[in-house]
Design a protein around this ligand. Structure first.
Ligand code: ADP
Ligand code: MG
Length: 601
């Protein structure tokens, strides 16, 4: 098995080391999805920035020309050029940002698409390791955080970096001595950023974790509302909610104070820097080595090049949380599916339904063997009953037949084809599954039936619905077959949902059928209804029926009694009843239970 770590979604503690922003850079690589436009944006930003910087240079020219002569003509010329430059800067930035919006949306689209496609490929083992609710809330949260970062500060930050670079170049070209003085502020400001990273960073990471807790709790509460009301737990839940919410509030204010005090600090550093440049410049002017114009330009540039740093500062928490979120998104995307098609896997040829298990061993987690030396054979068209105590391994046998999980050793064959030599999709296409909790999509009844097989026609679906005793209740629904099932079918009864999944399995028209406790959650009358539908479904198909009530599997040609992962007994109902073994005891205990229900002692 190729499991990487058990803690797939690393908790967002303070990410350490220089790799802190690696995930964010990796996310930014998605901007490259639209290469040409991205390059155009960069070129526009560059032109805009140069025009912007030139404005400061022109300001110096204006001052110089004023100090030399009072000719309004020369000044007017300079002013015209400045207005021109301002217009160029405006237009290029405007175009740049407009195009950038498209680039970011494409990048985000691709990122979401990749993530979604990847989760579809992941094996069930991955989902076993974390509660689906938490995974969902994390993924949606993380995508939101990265999206917000891409939409808001990213463009400004990229522009800021251009500005910083261009300003520095301009300064050194104008006067390297003054440029050196002006640059003194850079290490100071970088130091402040690092300080913020050390102090506020972990606080923000913690805040994000607290918010994720809060979201998780809210989701669970809303999803479990019925149970909460039934158990009159509203007060307790509200209390817990308040507790988690308060924790988020406290962490939030701590993080925010830390980042906000950085603002006045930056302003202080900037002002000192401007004062230093002014002082040095004035001395140089007195010594005749600098013109007033160049000093004016410098003062304006000094203010300018602090701006991007302030932006980085102001968005530091954004950058940090986006990079934590990106890290978690990529940790899912880097997760390798452990159930994969073998090289050279072929399509499973249409089967008759001859299933063979030979000495199969299996464990979900290494070291804890769940199935031990399972061997059995199901002939085409046979009904195989599986029974045994809860946790014996019945559902597990099904999980490995459908290759939701890979076995440790042994052989599983269908019609003589090893299931490991065929593709997963061709295997699953030929196995129909009806589970205890019927799963329906939030779609129309018809589309839910069509889900059974690609290309199924309306007529086929209606015929299957009739066979499965669904037709009648479907026709009573407001829009018949076109009724939209809300929230996975919560507008149907449990029994009706189960009948629909049976109809869906009929539409699929496959040779191998699995029914796992399909009638466990319904009343006896509905059970009879479902049983009748199931019997029709079973005709001519190999079926594996897991049932708690042994009466359900009584007609099976072969019953496998599973205990603790081993097949401890097998045979028909009559054969095993004569043996007075495990099955007999199981049957008698249920039988006595039934009698006790009817004739209370
Ligand atoms: N996804 C899983 N991860 C780890 N252990 C599991 C998983 N599913 C089931 N098990 C364990 O495997 C054993 C058999 O479970 P299962 O096949 O579901 O029993 P049942 O006979 O009731 O259907 C149980 O001990 C159960 O705890
Ligand atoms: Mg089970």
């Amino acid at each position: 098995m190729t499991l990487s770590t058990t803690d797939t979604l690393a908790k967002p503690g303070a990410p350490a080391g220089p790799g802190k922003f690696r995930s964010l850079l990796r996310a930014m690589r998605y901007l490259w999805t639209r290469k040409i436009i991205f390059l155009a944006v960069m070129i526009l930003f560059l032109i805009g920035t140069i025009a912007f910087i030139s404005l400061s240079v022109m300001l110096g020219f204006a001052v110089n020309s004023l100090s030399r002569s009072t000719d309004p003509g020369a000044l007017l010329q300079v002013v015209m050029v400045m207005i021109g430059l301002a217009l160029v800067a405006f237009i290029t930035y405007y175009l740049g940002f407009r195009l950038f919006a498209g680039v970011t949306q494409s990048a985000l689209f691709q990122l979401r698409q990749d993530l979604f496609e990847h989760t579809q490929e992941l094996s069930l083992r991955f989902f076993d390791r974390q509660p689906i609710g938490e995974l969902m809330s994390r993924v949606t949260n993380d995508i939101d955080v990265v999206t917000a970062f891409f939409q808001q500060p990213l463009g400004t930050l990229i522009m800021g970096i251009f500005m910083l670079m261009t300003t520095l170049v301009a300064m050194f070209l104008l006067d390297y001595r003054l440029a050196t003085i002006a640059s003194i502020a850079i290490p100071l400001l970088v130091g402040l950023v690092c300080l913020l990273a050390r102090v506020a960073g972990p606080a923000f990471a913690l805040l994000q974790e607290r918010l994720a807790d809060l979201n998780g709790l809210m989701e669970e509460t809303i999803a479990g509302e019925k149970t909460i009301i039934a158990f009159r737990q509203q007060d307790q839940v509200s209390g817990k909610q308040a507790e988690v919410s308060e924790a988020a509030r406290d962490t939030g204010s701590r993080a925010q104070i830390l980042s906000l005090v950085m603002n006045p600090l930056t302003i202080l550093v900037t002002n000192i820097n401007v004062a230093l440049v002014a002082l040095t410049g004035s001395i140089m002017i007195i010594h005749g080595t600098l013109s007033i114009g160049v000093l004016t330009t410098f003062l304006s540039l000094t203010m300018l090049f602090i701006l991007p740093l302030v932006t980085i500062f102001a968005n530091y928490n954004f950058i940090l949380s986006a990079s934590v979120s990106a890290g978690r998104i990529f940790s899912i995307m880097d997760e390798q599916p452990d159930v994969i098609d073998r090289p050279g896997a072929v399509e499973l040829k249409p089967v008759q339904g001859h299933v063979v298990f030979r000495d199969v061993n299996f464990s979900y987690v290494p070291g804890r063997q769940v199935l031990k030396h399972n061997s059995f054979e199901a002939l085409p068209g046979q009904m195989i009953g599986l029974c045994g105590p809860t946790g014996a391994g019945k559902s597990t046998i099904i999980n490995i037949l459908t290759r939701y999980y890979d076995i440790d050793s042994g052989v599983i064959e269908i019609d003589g084809q090893d299931i490991y030599s065929v593709t997963q999709s061709s295997l699953r296409k030929q196995i129909g599954v009806v589970l205890q909790d019927p799963f329906l999509f939030s779609d129309t009844v018809m589309n839910n039936l069509k889900y059974g097989r690609e290309g199924a026609t309306d007529e086929e679906c209606i015929a299957a619905a009739k066979d499965a005793n669904c037709d009648e209740f479907i026709n009573r629904l407001p829009d018949g077959y076109h009724t939209l099932l809300t929230d996975g079918g919560s507008n149907l009864s449990q029994g009706q949902r189960q009948l629909l999944t049976i109809a869906r399995a009929m539409v699929a028209n496959i040779r191998i059928l699995i029914l796992d406790e399909a009638t466990s959650n319904v009343d006896t009358r509905t059970e009879r209804n479902i049983q009748a539908a199931i019997r029709k479904l079973q005709a001519g198909r190999t079926s594996f029926v897991i049932a708690h009530r042994l009466s359900t599997i009584r007609p099976a040609q072969q019953i496998l009694v599973i205990n603790n992962g081993e097949i401890v007994e097998r045979g028909t109902h009559d054969e095993m009843m004569k043996k007075s073994g495990f099955y007999y005891d199981l049957y008698m205990s249920q039988f006595k239970g039934r009698i006790a229900e009817i004739i209370p002692v």
